[in-house]
Design a protein around this ligand. Structure first.
Ligand SMILES: C[S@@+](CC[C@H](N)C(=O)[O-])C[C@H]1O[C@@H](n2cnc3c(N)ncnc32)[C@H](O)[C@@H]1O
Length: 429
C-alpha cells in the first residue's frame, strides 16, 4: 500500500472506534479481515498511526476533525513534510480526498495545540483523580501520551544479564535504571516498528520475558521471602508469578490462582519455557479444594487486582477513552472483594501485597483504608524498603518514597515506567 491507502485505512479504523467504542485491536482486526492485500508493514503503519492518534485524540481533534487530526499526527508527531501529506491525501483512487487550503492551515497548528491542550488528552472525569495524587498532572499526562519502550525481564533461571544483554544488543536492549534484571529497548520512532522480541533466540530459549520495569518492581514487593510459600491470587497469564518464581530461584512455592481459568491458560507454557519448577497453577474450576487447603498458611499473598488500567494508558491509549465512571466504580467493588478473599490465605505474621496498574487513590489508598477498617489486624509496611531488601534493584537506585498512606506510586513521568501503585501489609502474628 502507498501512503494514500494507509491514511484512508487509518481514518476508517478511527471512525469505527468512535462509532463503536470497542477495543482498537478489534477495529484493526476487522479492517485487516477486509484488506487481505495489506502486508505486515502496512498493518504496522496503520496500527502505529492509529495508536498515536488515540494518544493525542482530543488535543489534535481526532474525535471531531479526523482528517485534520490525522494530518496533525503525521506532520507534528511523525515529522512528515507538508508536501508528502498533500500528495497522499489527493492521490486517487485510494487517498481520502484532497486537503483544502483551510485544512492545510489547520493541520499546521498541530504542534501548538499538542503543547497547549495537554490536559485534553486525559478523560475529563478522571482529571480530578489525577490531580488528587499528582503534583504535576500536566507532566504526567504528557508522559502518558508518549509511546512506551519495550521492557524485558532477564530470567535468571535460564540466563544472566550480561549474556542476555549481549544477545539482544541488535534489538537495542540496554539495562533499565531501576530493576536489576530489566533491559529496555528504546521507543521506536514514528514509522519504525518496535523490536520483535518473541522471534529472537533469546526469547525462545526463555532468557527473557516481556515485562514493564514497573511490573518487575511490583513483583519484588514480596521482599526477601527465600523459600517461602506465596499465593499469587490474581495471577492472570502469570507475568508476576514468573518473576516471583525466578526470584525464589525455583525454591519455595508460588501458587498461581485466578478466578478466570482462561486467563491462567498461557501460564503452563510460559512456565515451561522459563524453566520454572516452583509454580503450581490452581484452576478455579478444578482446584477449589487445593486452594482451600492454603487458608491461613501463606507466607505471602500477592493481589494484582483488577483495575482501570490507567497506568498502562501510554501502551493502550484506546482504554483511556473507553473507561467510564461506572466501570471505575465496579473495579473498586471488585478490589474490595478480592482483598477480602485473598487475605484469608495469609498466615499470622505473613505479608499481603496489593498492587494495581492504576495510579488513582480511589483504587489504591482508599481501598486499603477500607480494608484496614474491616481487617484491623494488618499493619502497613514500607513497600520501597521491601523492594530494596529483595535485592532486585540496582545498587543506588532511588525509588519514590511511599506516600503518607503507605502506597508507593510508579508512573511514566515519575519513574519512566507504566503506572503502578504498590502497598504492603503485614498480618499481626
Ligand atoms: C491485573 S490482572 C492480573 C495480571 C497478572 N497478575 C500479570 O502479572 O500478568 C487482574 C486479574 O484478576 C483476576 N480477578 C478478578 N477478580 C478476581 C477474584 N475475585 N479472584 C481472583 N482473581 C480475580 C482477573 O481475572 C484478572 O486476571
Amino acid at each position: 500500500m502507498r501512503d494514500a491507502g494507509r491514511i484512508a485505512a487509518a481514518l476508517d479504523v478511527l471512525a469505527q472506534f468512535e462509532a463503536r467504542r470497542v477495543p482498537i485491536k478489534v477495529c484493526l482486526a476487522d479492517w485487516a479481515r477486509g484488506a487481505r492485500y495489506a502486508g505486515a508493514k502496512d498493518r504496522a503503519f496503520i496500527g502505529g498511526v492509529v495508536h498515536d492518534a488515540l494518544r493525542y485524540r482530543r488535543s489534535l481533534e481526532l474525535d471531531t476533525r479526523p482528517r485534520i487530526g490525522i494530518g496533525r499526527v503525521l506532520m507534528t508527531l511523525w515529522g512528515w513534510p507538508e508536501a508528502r501529506l498533500v500528495e497522499a491525501f489527493a492521490e486517487t483512487p485510494h487517498g481520502p480526498g484532497a486537503l483544502s487550503a483551510e485544512e492545510i492551515d489547520a493541520i499546521a497548528e498541530g504542534a501548538t495545540l499538542a503543547a497547549r491542550d495537554v490536559r485534553r488528552d486525559w478523560p475529563e472525569f478522571a482529571l480530578p483523580l489525577l490531580e488528587r495524587v499528582n503534583d504535576n498532572p500536566t507532566a504526567e499526562i504528557e508522559a502518558n501520551r508518549a509511546r512506551a519502550p519495550v521492557d524485558l525481564r532477564v530470567n535468571t533461571l535460564r540466563s544472566d544479564l550480561p549474556r542476555t544483554e549481549k544477545a539482544l544488543r541488535g534489538e537495542g536492549a540496554v539495562p533499565a535504571p531501576l530493576a536489576a534484571l530489566a533491559l529496555r529497548c528504546a521507543v521506536p520512532a514514528a514509522e519504525r516498528r518496535g523490536p520483535a522480541i518473541e522471534i529472537t533466540p533469546a526469547f525462545q530459549k526463555g532468557w527473557v520475558e516481556i515485562q514493564d520495569e514497573g511490573s518487575q518492581l511490583a513483583a519484588l514487593a514480596m521482599g526477601d521471602l527465600a523459600g517461602g510459600q506465596i499465593l499469587d491470587f490474581c495471577a492472570g497469564a502469570g507475568g508476576k508469578t514468573l518473576a516471583m518464581a525466578a526470584h525464589l530461584d525455583n525454591r519455595g512455592q508460588v501458587f498461581a490462582y485466578d478466578i478466570d481459568a482462561r486467563r491462567l491458560a498461557p501460564l503452563y507454557d510460559r512456565a515451561r519455557r522459563a524453566g520454572v519448577r516452583n509454580v503450581q497453577v490452581l484452576s478455579p474450576t478444578s482446584d477449589a479444594a487445593r486452594l482451600g487447603d492454603l487458608t491461613g498458611k501463606m507466607d505471602g499473598v500477592f493481589v494484582d487486582a483488577p483495575c482501570s488500567g490507567a497506568g498502562t494508558w501510554r501502551r493502550r491509549p484506546d482504554t483511556k477513552w473507553r473507561l467510564t465512571p461506572d466501570q471505575l466504580a465496579t473495579r473498586q467493588e471488585e478490589q474490595d472483594r478480592v482483598l477480602d478473599q485473598a487475605e484469608a490465605f495469609v498466615r499470622p505474621g505473613g505479608i499481603l501485597v496489593y498492587v494495581t496498574c492504576s495510579i488513582f487513590a480511589e483504587e489504591n489508598e482508599d481501598r486499603i483504608a477500607a480494608f484496614l477498617d474491616r481487617h484491623p489486624t494488618y499493619d502497613i509496611e514500607d513497600p520501597g524498603a521491601a523492594i530494596t531488601a529483595s535485592g532486585g534493584v540496582h545498587a543506588g537506585a532511588v525509588l519514590p518514597p511511599a506516600d503518607g498512606r503507605g502506597t508507593l506510586r510508579l508512573s511514566p513521568a515519575k519513574t519512566a515506567t507504566d503506572g503502578f501503585a504498590i502497598t504492603r501489609l503485614r498480618r499481626r502474628g
